[in-house]
Design a protein around this ligand. Structure first.
Ligand SMILES: [Zn+2]
Length: 294
C-alpha cells in the first residue's frame, strides 16, 4: 500500500520532473488537426523486405527522421512509438520490484490492432527477454534501438550519464546484440537517442552503424504523468498527418500510458488517421508519392 501523503509527494516530484522534461523536449505547437471523415479500419501487412532507411546526411552523417510528409491526399498516417527505457544502472531497482516493462500496454495495442514501433534499450531486452522476443516476433510491431545503456550521447541531457564518443557506436551495437540474444530476429535499423539529445559529433560517431536516427514531432507527455486524460489530450492536440508520437512502455515511469491509449486510438481513427510503424513513414519520406494511401 502507498499512503496518500506518499502519493501526493510522488506526484509533486514527478510533476516537477515532467515539467522540466517537457520544457526541454521539442513539442508540436500546432493547433489540433481538423476532423476528417471516418476511414475503414486500418490493416497491417507483414513486412518482409528490408526496412527503408534515409540516405546519409551531409559529410556522411547519420540521417535524422522526425516525421513523415504532411500528405494532403489519402488517409493521414501517425506512428505511435514507445520507448522501452531501462538504464544500465537500474538493475538493482528492477530486482527490488520496480517494473520497467508494461505488458498491459502491449496487450492493448494488440487488442486495438495498432501497429507500433518500440525503441528498446539493450538493458530492457536483457531484463525482459520473453517480452522483447514476443514484441519482436509480432508482425504488428517493430523493435528499434534506444541504445544499450540509456546514457546520453551529448554532454548535457537531463542529467543522464554520458557515453564517450569512442564508445557510442559500440553502445548501439551492444543493444542490437542484446536483442539478438533475446530472440528478436529482425530489429529495424533505427535509433532513438536517449532523451532525444544529439549533436554533430554523435551523428558522426554513429555513421558507421548505418542507422537512421528517429526523433518525433509530438511529445506524448506521459513520462511521470498520472492522469491519462492529460496525456490523451496532449497527443490529440499535437498530432498532424505524418506525425511521430513519443510515448513510453515503462510502467514505473509512465503509469498512465495504457489508459491514455484507450482514448487516443479511437479518437485518431475517428479523425481518419491510419496507424503505421516508423518504417512505413520513412518509406513515405523517401518516396512521397508512393507513401500515399490508395
Ligand atoms: Zn528513453
Amino acid at each position: 500500500m502507498i499512503t496518500r501523503a506518499r502519493q501526493r509527494a510522488a506526484r509533486a516530484s514527478l510533476a516537477a520532473l515532467a515539467a522540466a522534461a517537457l520544457t526541454a523536449l521539442s513539442a508540436c505547437a500546432s493547433p489540433s488537426t481538423p476532423t476528417r471523415p471516418h476511414s475503414p479500419a486500418p490493416h497491417h501487412s507483414p513486412q518482409k523486405a528490408a526496412p527503408p532507411t534515409l540516405a546519409p546526411g551531409p559529410q556522411g552523417l547519420t540521417p535524422v527522421f522526425k516525421n513523415a510528409p504532411r500528405a494532403k491526399q489519402g488517409a493521414p498516417t501517425v506512428a505511435l512509438t514507445f520507448d522501452a527505457d531501462m538504464t544500465a544502472g537500474q538493475g538493482p531497482r528492477a530486482r527490488a520490484g520496480e517494473r520497467f516493462d508494461n505488458p498491459a500496454l502491449v496487450d492493448t495495442l494488440r487488442r486495438l490492432d495498432v501497429p507500433a514501433t518500440f525503441f528498446m534499450t539493450g538493458r530492457w531486452a536483457e531484463e525482459y527477454p520473453a517480452q522483447a522476443r514476443a514484441i519482436g516476433r509480432d508482425p504488428l510491431f517493430e523493435v528499434a534501438n534506444h541504445s544499450y545503456s540509456h546514457y546520453s550521447f551529448t554532454r548535457d541531457c537531463y542529467g543522464l550519464p554520458t557515453v564517450a564518443p569512442h564508445r557510442m557506436r559500440a553502445d548501439v551495437e551492444r543493444a542490437f546484440a542484446a536483442f539478438r540474444r533475446a530472440g528478436v530476429e529482425h530489429p529495424v535499423p533505427y535509433f532513438r537517442f536517449p532523451g532525444g539529445c544529439y549533436d554533430q559529433r554523435a551523428l558522426r560517431a554513429l555513421a558507421p552503424a548505418g542507422v537512421t536516427a528517429v526523433q518525433w514531432d509530438v511529445v506524448g507527455g506521459d513520462a511521470f504523468a498520472t492522469d491519462p486524460r492529460a496525456v490523451a489530450r496532449q497527443v490529440l492536440d499535437g498530432v498532424r498527418p505524418g506525425s511521430v508520437v513519443v510515448l513510453h512502455c515503462t510502467r514505473s515511469a509512465a503509469p498512465a500510458t495504457e489508459r491514455a491509449l484507450r482514448t487516443i486510438v479511437p479518437k485518431l481513427r475517428e479523425r481518419g488517421f491510419r496507424f503505421v510503424r516508423v518504417s512505413e513513414q520513412i518509406g513515405a519520406a523517401r518516396a512521397p508519392k508512393e507513401g500515399r494511401a490508395a
